[in-house]
Ligand binder design. Structure first.
Ligand code: SF4
Ligand code: SF4
Length: 216
């Protein structure tokens, strides 16, 4: 197995995608006069799944900046999170368990939080490569605002397609254009913590290259 390490350039590109999504989020939130201030809910207990090695590696860049004891404490919390989720899933319920990175209502790795954490809240759309457009209505509070303002649903929304395409491209480049040969990522942040930094199997062609080099 080999660990996935992000180059400076990849981090720059990923952060630019995050920045642009954030700007769009703020634009839409501004139009709708929406914010999380005073919300009785905390979306960090939503059962979010994440889909890229790039974000997994980026999260670990943040985790590694913490003291080893804090890292260990997060992993203990992540294990407990996974146990609770397992029970909920076994009972046929969608888990609602606080993210192990949330402490006293705040994200301990705010700078390294993932795309879903940055985009949840306001209405958004995204068109998949097969042409199907998905609509996300936003959180319950934002939906209430849209209703009371008499806005047409999705007349003000974040269009995620172009930015998610950039993320898919970045992921593919990070994996040497062999994304289709590698195990799919569909995991929670807790699983990212427990599994450790992302690592992928060495592909046959790479092993062969190494053997050839060793013989020389
Ligand atoms: S995204 Fe919506 S539901 Fe979640 S904390 Fe913000 S206002 Fe509340
Ligand atoms: S990573 Fe941070 S923002 Fe995202 S769910 Fe966890 S605590 Fe919340």
């Amino acid at each position: 197995m080999k660990e996935i390490i992000l180059s400076e350039q990849t981090v720059g590109e990923l952060e630019d995608i995050y920045r642009k999504l954030q700007q769009e989020y703020e634009r839409v939130a501004g139009v709708l006069s929406f914010s999380c201030n005073g919300c009785p809910d905390n979306c960090c207990d939503s059962y979010f799944l994440h889909h890229t090695y790039a974000e997994w590696a980026y999260l670990w860049q943040g985790i590694r900046k913490l003291e080893p004891e804090r890292q260990q404490a997060l992993i203990v919390r992540a294990n407990s999170y996974l146990e609770q989720c397992e029970k909920e899933l076994a009972a046929g319920r969608r888990p609602q368990v606080m993210c192990p990175l949330n402490e006293n209502g705040l994200c301990t790795l705010y700078e390294h939080r993932l795309l879903v954490c940055r985009t949840h809240g306001v209405p958004a759309t995204m068109t998949r490569p097969d042409g199907q457009t998905l609509h996300f209505p936003g959180c319950f509070r934002c939906q209430e605002i849209v209703d009371t303002q008499g806005e047409q649903e999705f007349s003000t929304h974040v269009e995620r397609t172009a930015l998610l395409r950039r993320l898919a491209l970045l992921e593919n480049e990070l994996l040497d254009n062999k994304r289709h040969l590698l195990p799919k990522v569909k995991i929670t942040i807790a699983e990212m913590l427990v599994k450790g930094p992302p690592a992928i199997p060495r592909l046959h062609c790479e092993k062969k290259k190494d053997c050839t080099m060793e013989k020389k």
